[in-house]
Design a protein around this ligand. Structure first.
Ligand SMILES: Cc1cc2nc3c(=O)[nH]c(=O)nc-3n(C[C@H](O)[C@H](O)[C@H](O)COP(=O)(O)OP(=O)(O)OC[C@H]3O[C@@H](n4cnc5c(N)ncnc54)[C@H](O)[C@@H]3O)c2cc1C
Ligand code: SF4
Length: 501
């Protein structure tokens, strides 16, 4: 029986982040482990609600009150089992998820701080590694059916694991030189050290999943070849078409880049250093892209922008400004606008923000300013108001509010416009919709025998949604292949995050 008064006795507490001067001198994760005593105390705050709204916040349907209580009572093996029943990769979500489950925790209704669900999750995930090193669970019988998974992000990997464990032969095709999708070269090590991906890949490999890196489907191998070799195909190619701002004067200047170019280059340097091969941060054509000694301006206010900020600090930027089109959000949930248990619009301070830099809200770039040699030297910004009129965003600059911010390196982190236009789409007979995503039927099929999941289907979203969609698409593929029994399908293709009706 869970402790009904735990939240009255204990305040919400997280482990202290590593000190800023220490952590910006390396690329290690910001959070140290919580330790058993703290995490058991925090798990005690869970009330085991009759209707646990945390479940509604999480698309995976994680059994949160169950594993909170198992941690409270130090029943770690059962906690590991319970967590993995719904989530293939809790070490990723436990580190990276913005935790919509916490926004939906019933404690928030009474003005209390939510249970530290995400921290409990990561501690259980790490306990799994410590206890049995992620023991492989290969299928006992092969179905003789074969599936190609295109794209090795969390959606593709979750589907691959589900299908391999159900006895299908699974091959994952990835155009990059390493497996992991955005987890590998998009998200920096200070949020997710890559050892966590490698440990999971060892488990997937032992479960029979085959990986083919450096293979771009649609170019190096055609859709026709894939269809001939496999009984079903899952497309999980992400939503990597970065939004740009071609109309802004000065956009072609040197030093103005997509944020992903900066993040991928930095991640590759860290990976090379880990392999004992020091490298410089460069674009694929060899152009250097490093923040060291530079005035950096990051345009955008989301995850990608915060990751660029943390990278810029670690590379030794002279100064960083982060610009946001929208006004500064409130510090607390506005119950009129976003009633509990929906995801609130509030000011989100990522660990990168306590490391330095200046955030500037309600401004828009009017021009990237040339230093006379074709290199950016500043951005000219204006204060703006933003309104929605007939669903369209109208941005109005306030007269006389323009000013310049020095900039040697400008990073565009203004979102993604869906999956990339690439040869694979026409070859499989699928087309991007208005949002740049690929639609599917209720059984996740986008074309006959071709399924779609993750950001490629949903548009740029979250890891937790990618895993949920990968699991659900795997269930649909299993049925399509005539597999015995049902695999878990936590979401259907139309499922949306919790919203006020
Ligand atoms: C910088 C950044 C930071 C983020 N931080 C967070 C965070 O902290 N928390 C969170 O929950 N979410 C975060 N996200 C979002 C999250 O990473 C994505 O929602 C998630 O990775 C989507 O998973 P996916 O499997 O659908 O696609 P992806 O992870 O994008 O993987 C798609 C893969 O498909 C491959 N591919 C594409 N085309 C082909 C082809 N033709 N042949 C072979 N391979 C191909 C790509 O190379 C890529 O590896 C972040 C996103 C970005 C960009
Ligand atoms: S809503 Fe919060 S308190 Fe209730 S079961 Fe979920 S985590 Fe525990």
């Amino acid at each position: 029986m869970p402790d009904p008064n735990g939240f009255l006795r204990y305040d919400r507490r997280l482990p202290a982040r590593r000190p800023v001067p220490v952590r910006i001198s390396d690329w290690r994760e910001v959070y140290p482990p919580a330790g058993e005593e703290l995490i058991r105390e925090q798990a005690t705050r869970c009330m085991d609600c009759g209707i646990p709204f945390c479940h509604d916040g999480c698309p995976l349907g994680n059994r949160i009150p169950d594993w909170n209580d198992l941690v409270r009572t130090a029943n770690w093996d059962a906690a590991v089992e319970s967590l993995h029943a719904t989530n293939n990769f809790p070490e990723f979500t436990g580190r990276l998820c913005p935790a919509p489950c916490e926004a939906a925790c019933v404690l928030g209704l009474g003005g209390q701080q939510p249970v530290t669900i995400k921290q409990v999750e990561v501690e259980i995930a790490d306990a799994a590694v410590a206890r049995d090193g992620l023991r492989p669970r290969p299928a006992s019988v092969s179905t003789g059916r074969s599936v190609a998974v295109v794209g090795s992000g969390p959606a593709g990997l979750a589907a691959a694991q589900q299908l391999a464990r159900a006895g299908h032969t699974v091959t994952v095709y990835e155009r990059d030189d390493a497996i992991g999708g955005l987890l590998r070269y998009g998200i920096p090590d200070f949020k997710l050290e890559k050892q966590h991906i490698d440990k999971r890949l060892a488990q997937l490999t032992a479960e029979g999943v085959r990986f083919r890196t450096g293979v771009e489907v649609g170019v190096d191998v055609t859709a026709e070849q894939l269809r001939a070799e496999h009984d079903a195909v899952l497309l999980a190619c992400g939503a990597l078409q970065g939004r740009d701002t071609p109309e802004t004067p000065g956009r072609p200047l040197r030093g103005v880049h997509q944020a992903m170019a900066h993040l991928v280059a930095a991640n590759r340097v860290v990976a090379a250093a880990g392999d004992g091969k020091p490298a410089l941060a460069t674009l694929p054509d060899g152009t250097p892209i490093d923040a060291a000694g530079k005035h950096v301006v990051i345009i955008g206010g989301g995850d990608t922008a915060a990751d660029c900020l943390g990278v810029a600090h670690r590379q030794g930027a002279a100064g960083v400004h982060q610009l946001d089109l929208y006004p500064q959000p409130p510090g607390e949930r506005d119950a009129e606008r976003d009633p509990w248990p929906t995801w609130p619009w509030v000011l989100r301070n990522y660990p990168a923000h306590e490391e330095g830099g200046e955030r500037v809200f309600a401004v828009a770039v009017q021009e990237f300013v040339d230093d006379g040699t074709g290199q950016v030297r500043a951005v000219r910004i204006a204060e703006v108001t933003v309104e929605k009129v007939d669903g369209r965003r109208i941005v109005t600059a306030l007269p006389g509010s323009e000013r310049e911010i020095p900039a040697d390196l400008v990073l565009l982190a203004i979102g993604f416009e869906g999956t990339e236009e690439q040869p694979l789409l026409a070859q499989f007979g699928v087309t991007r919709n208005r949002r740049g995503a690929i639609d599917s039927g209720p059984d996740w099929q986008a074309a006959d025998g071709v399924f779609v999941a993750g950001d490629m289907h949903r548009g740029a979203s979250l890891i937790v949604w990618a895993i949920a969609e990968g699991r659900a698409a795997a269930a649909a593929i299993h049925t399509y292949l005539g597999g015995v029994g049902d695999l878990p399908a936590p979401v259907d293709p139309a499922r949306q995050p919790l919203a006020a009706r």
